[in-house]
Design a protein around this ligand. Structure first.
Ligand code: PA5
Length: 447
């Protein structure tokens, strides 16, 4: 399980402020657990991990095995919370170069519907041409444009390749229980389906079939993932200032009150990139409301030390960092000695690469703290399904607490509609006629 270290962030916060924010975080935890706060119709995720039954996991495994038996590539279609959880977990647990390995035991999982890239979709269809393919389409509302476009193309491709009946056996839809276009389509076409519970919003759905089915298809241990999350849900339910989710939320707000309005989630492990992307969506969409909220940014170190490192060290002092530090890399690779030593690296010959990375982490930590950046550190013992389940749940819980501390509804996303309305009006969607003229005129003035 993870450990949180706050000492080098606490140094930037007056003691009184820290005590007040801890109290506020405990009250927010009460509001969350008693289900009396804003958006309380969307708290199905709160104790979800411990309520998932063996039967539910087995149902996911069965469908995953069917897809794996029929396809070498499974395209997962979704956007936002309907894709980032699965993407983050699969990337974190996969071999870095999985697509290059011969003799794959599990299908390759690729993603679509998370953009409207014409070339992206065309090149995907091109790449799938001679491959055995299946598709998991995920949309809670069932009406989101990006995945709907991707699915229309994939559906047509699968029907051309396998006929309507064959395609049906290679498509699984994950959507709302009864509403939405995808539910209607799935019922009409006879697709296998899983339900996204009404009370679980997209960005809190990684531990529902939305995340579990793609992860199971990729061959990872969903039972361990859920067990890690369940253990973390018990730890973070405790009404205590030692509760790590309370500590994290309280420290974020203590720093926010000191003018630290940007949080950079930092990793030193390349497999963590999409965990950061998932975290950005979770916190950005949950907290950025009413002209308030900490801006969630992400950096991959050490690579980004050669780009964002300069800004972090010497730019505006409005940033704090949260480092997710992963221990225990497995491969044991060491730096070889070289007789000539032209690159002058013999001083580290024989050392593990992970030790060099660790020293980069400590060196950066010190430079940043001394340069005026508060650093929160979250230590993950190793990168496996259990630890990852715990980490995702930890962030979900901290996000709920933090959103309530901010005074917003962390479980809605009204701001996302603005771009959609403009796009629909510009594309001439029926029902948007009155807006089209105004939007075109405004665009002309601004362009
Ligand atoms: O977190 C959220 O609610 C959003 O990011 C949604 O997941 C995203 O907009 C996709 O929505 P849907 O699943 O309805 O297609």
């Amino acid at each position: 399980m993870l450990t949180i270290h706050l000492k080098s962030a606490a140094a930037f916060v007056p003691e009184k402020e820290w005590a007040a924010q801890q109290e506020k975080a405990l009250q927010a935890l009460d509001t969350l657990e008693s289900r009396t706060g804003k958006g309380n119709a969307f708290l199905g995720w709160l104790h979800l991990p411990s309520s998932i039954t063996d039967g539910q996991l087995a149902a996911v495994q069965t469908v995953a095995a069917q897809l794996a038996g029929r396809a070498e590539i499974v395209v997962v279609i979704g956007i936002g919370g309907s894709y980032l959880g699965a993407k983050a977990i699969i990337e974190a647990l996969s071999h870095h170069f999985a697509s290059l390995l011969p003799d794959r035991r599990h299908p390759l999982v690729v993603f679509a519907g998370q953009n409207i890239g014409e070339d992206y979709l065309a090149e995907l269809l091109e790449a799938l041409q001679t491959r055995e393919t299946a598709c998991i389409v995920i949309s809670k509302s069932g009406t989101t444009t990006e995945p709907a476009i991707a699915f229309r193309l994939l559906k047509r491709r699968l029907e051309e390749q396998y006929g309507k009946a064959g395609a049906k056996d290679r498509i699984v839809a994950i959507t709302d229980a009864s509403r939405g276009a995808l539910r209607t389509l799935a019922a009409q076409e006879g697709y296998a389906t899983f339900v996204i519970p009404d009370d679980v919003g997209g960005r809190f759905s990684a531990l529902t079939p939305v995340g579990l089915l793609p992860v199971a298809v990729a061959g990872f241990d969903i039972a361990a993932l859920v067990a890690g999350a369940a253990a973390m849900s018990r730890i973070t339910s405790e009404r205590s200032v030692n509760n790590p989710a309370v500590q994290y939320a309280a420290m974020r707000h203590a720093l926010y009150a000191q003018g630290k309005k940007i949080e950079a989630l930092v990793n030193y492990h390349p497999k963590m990139h999409y965990v950061t992307e998932w975290w950005k969506q979770l916190f950005g969409e949950s907290e950025g409301k009413e002209h308030k909220g900490i801006f969630p940014a992400g950096v991959d170190f050490t690579g980004d030390l050669h780009s964002m490192g300069q800004y972090l060290q010497e730019g505006e002092r409005s940033i704090f960092e949260t480092v997710v530090s992963v221990g225990n890399e497995r491969s044991g690779l060491t730096i070889p000695a070289d007789d000539q030593d032209l690159d002058r690296l013999n001083f580290i010959a024989g050392k593990r690469i992970s030790e060099c990375n660790r020293m980069a982490e400590w060196g950066t930590w010190l430079a940043h703290v001394e340069g005026g950046i508060p650093v929160i550190r979250i230590e993950l013992p190793q990168l496996d399904a259990y630890a990852l389940g715990g980490l995702l749940y930890f962030f979900e819980k901290a996000c709920g607490i933090s959103g309530y501390m901010l005074g917003v509804n962390p479980f809605d996303q009204p701001g996302v509609e603005a771009y959609k309305n403009n796009m629909f009006a510009l594309l001439g969607k029926p029902g948007y006629e009155t807006q089209t003229h105004r939007i075109r005129e405004t665009l002309k003035r601004l362009q």
